[in-house]
Design a protein around this ligand. Structure first.
Ligand SMILES: Cc1cc2nc3c(=O)[nH]c(=O)nc-3n(C[C@H](O)[C@H](O)[C@H](O)COP(=O)(O)O)c2cc1C
Length: 305
């Protein structure tokens, strides 16, 4: 495709975010490309690997303890995207540090580690431990705090909606993360997302990732019941693109905090819309689950000649 004249944030050029230089501006979104280790033997005629040219893989969110996630079914597909209620299934922080992160380094996958916790006090020690294990790693670029997962119903996980608590979590992580990027993933399920972004900036975040999934519900017409056992889930995919663009616009117009755009991106045109609003980078989520080469293809399409 012919790139528009205003577009200068080429996908294959490195850029700075806080204290860190990222190798590119097209990333994959947390939870949609696993831990960044499962697609290394895939290739197409055009692409040697789904990781080709990626600026970062944001890893599946890890929590202090392993989680087995919500009961099945956890995902329903719609023509406009998907609704999921995975419930943060993950291997747990200890196994992640011991088994996953060293492999990402060995395979030279640029990565951002997504962390969630049940209380703000857990973030500082987690980031400190991460830094002590991976402080010398070249391909570990930062941390994304997931304060916004709408699928976890245990107490404490809704703190991402409160600006003061957001600021507190970020400040605790920042103290332990002097030389990597610190991002905060924001929920769109609030009246004013820019308040959360401003709070993240005040706490010391280098950027916010916007947006996480939108609260949604589907109905199974055979049973007349909600399609997912927990009724509500997180809506993602092409249907949320205009919502994500609106939320990103709100943040960019009302704050100075750099933004990484995410939500509904499936094509180069979708990504360009975020860049037109002023984001520093974009993440591909649901589209990456459908086609593991989606992000790598976007890199090619949005590269400088
Ligand atoms: C199956 C699935 C699992 C997800 N898991 C996580 C997660 O663990 N942590 C997180 O921060 N976001 C998670 N997300 C949200 C995505 O990272 C992304 O913010 C959201 O899906 C919107 O982008 P998209 O429309 O491109 O998918 C998940 C999304 C999906 C579809």
């Amino acid at each position: 495709m012919t790139l528009p004249q205003w577009f200068t944030k080429y996908a294959n050029e490195s850029f700075e975010l806080g204290p860190r230089t990222f190798p590119g501006r097209i990333w994959t979104a947390s939870g949609c490309f696993s831990y960044g280790l499962s697609a290394h033997d895939m290739k197409t005629d055009e692409l040697a690997s789904p990781y080709e040219g990626l600026g970062a893989v944001v890893t599946k969110t890890v929590t202090p303890d392993p989680r087995s996630g919500n009961p099945m079914p956890r995902l329903c597909e719609l023509s406009s995207g998907a609704i999921n209620s995975i419930g943060l299934e993950n291997v747990g922080f200890r196994a992640f540090l011991a088994e996953v992160l060293p492999q990402l380094e060995n395979k030279q996958v640029p990565n951002v580690v997504s962390l969630a916790a049940s209380v703000p006090e857990e973030f500082g020690p987690m980031v400190k431990q991460l830094n002590s294990v991976a402080g010398q790693f070249q391909h570990w670029h930062g941390v994304e705090l997931n304060l916004s997962c709408p699928n976890v119903s245990e107490g404490g996980h809704d703190f991402g909606r409160d600006p003061e608590t957001v600021s507190e979590c970020v400040a605790a992580a920042r103290k332990e993360l002097p030389d990597r990027a610190l991002l905060v993933k924001l929920t769109p399920n609030v009246a004013d997302i820019s308040e959360l972004a401003a709070a993240a900036g005040q706490g010391g975040a280098d950027a916010v990732s916007a947006i996480n999934t939108v609260v949604g519900l589907d109905v199974d017409l055979n049973t007349g019941q909600p399609a997912l056992p927990r009724r509500f889930g997180g809506y993602s995919g092409p249907g949320i693109l205009p919502i994500a663009l609106a939320k990103v616009d709100e943040i960019i117009n009302k704050t100075q905090v750099p933004v990484v755009g995410v939500g509904g991106i499936a094509s180069a045109e979708d990504a360009l819309k975020f860049f037109a609003l002023g984001v520093q980078a974009v993440q591909v989520g649901t589209a990456q689950m459908r086609d593991p080469f989606c992000a790598a293809q976007l890199v090619r399409q949005l590269a400088a000649d």
